[in-house]
Design a protein around this ligand. Sequence first.
Ligand code: M6R
Length: 367
Amino acid sequence: EKGGYEHFMLKEIHEQPKAYRDTMRGRMNAEGNKVILPELNLTEEQIKNIRNIQVVACGTAYNAGLVGRNLIESLVRIPVENDIASEYRYRSPIVTPETLVIVVSQSGETADTLAALREGQANGAHVLAITNVVGSSIAREADSVLVTLAGPEIAVASTKAYTSQLIAFTLLGLYLAEVRGTQSESEVTKILAAMQSLPEQVEVILGQRDAIKAYAEQIAEHKHLFFIGRGVDYAVAQEGSLKLKEISYIHSEAYAAGELKHGTLALIEEGVPVIALATQESVLEKTVSNIKEVKARGAHVMAITHEEHKTDLLRSVDQVFVIPQTLPLLTAALSVVTLQLLAYYASLALGHDVDKPRNLAKSVTVE
Ligand code: M6R
């Protein structure tokens, strides 16, 4: 049942190219210039009337929502807030009938997320669920459902569900952009074409597994480490950090790269591993300055970037992992795969139960 893989997690990491394809299939037209999402169940008028979006979820699904915010705000220019589902109800969120609430849940059974869905509906919002399980409680109660087609996810650590959620957010962003006229047809065409290259680009990263494993064995000897990044790289840093903590039990923190010097820099000592996500050309120079700040304190820095920046970055970091060239908007769907493999191999090196990490359940049905 593990299809020849040692663990479900590794199998599911390798199933991502298929999960991307399945989640995209049938959701764009033959010309590749339009997204088709009848399941959204929203009229043109309703879409044009959306004033704000709230993305509510837990754990990895919350982290996917952070990338989702970046996508939707860039593509559609609607303000998006991210909420942790267990916090949402208790902060008296400002929800109106012009609010679109998006709940994200792999299982569709997370109690806090279900409660958030009901809170949104009680306030008159349309609630859209992004879920991997069609018959789940969340899918049944939501006003519309955008299904991710990742296939069953068995490992407690979510991998292919997260990346499929990123695909779903991208399709959603493009669709809303079409209706609201915020992106030109040529821009949409370009993004859709880049999306279609993602599955084979993931394969390229999977091909780096031996090098990632060797690096994971190195970090497995440490007690603390840091992930840094800006913009969408910061969102991915948060997921990378969660994945690592969850299954390797190594303590890590994800920091917005520019924020370290506002307190946390004191924790960077000789030899502390820092993983710097540096895929965003527009802020690359700034990220490099932040890398220099940690290097000056003795950090051992690994950077994730595009091939074209590798040589440059190697002047300031100790090691680089490269992701294939894609649009800045889509890098998360690639860079996170490196971090998933890293967490997997670190857990393996430490001899932990990768698929069933201690103290965690696959589906959390208590609040
Ligand atoms: O099924 P859900 O997506 O609602 O689950 C939410 C979280 O419990 C889940 O993502 C959790 O953080 C994973 N174990 C992370 O790998």
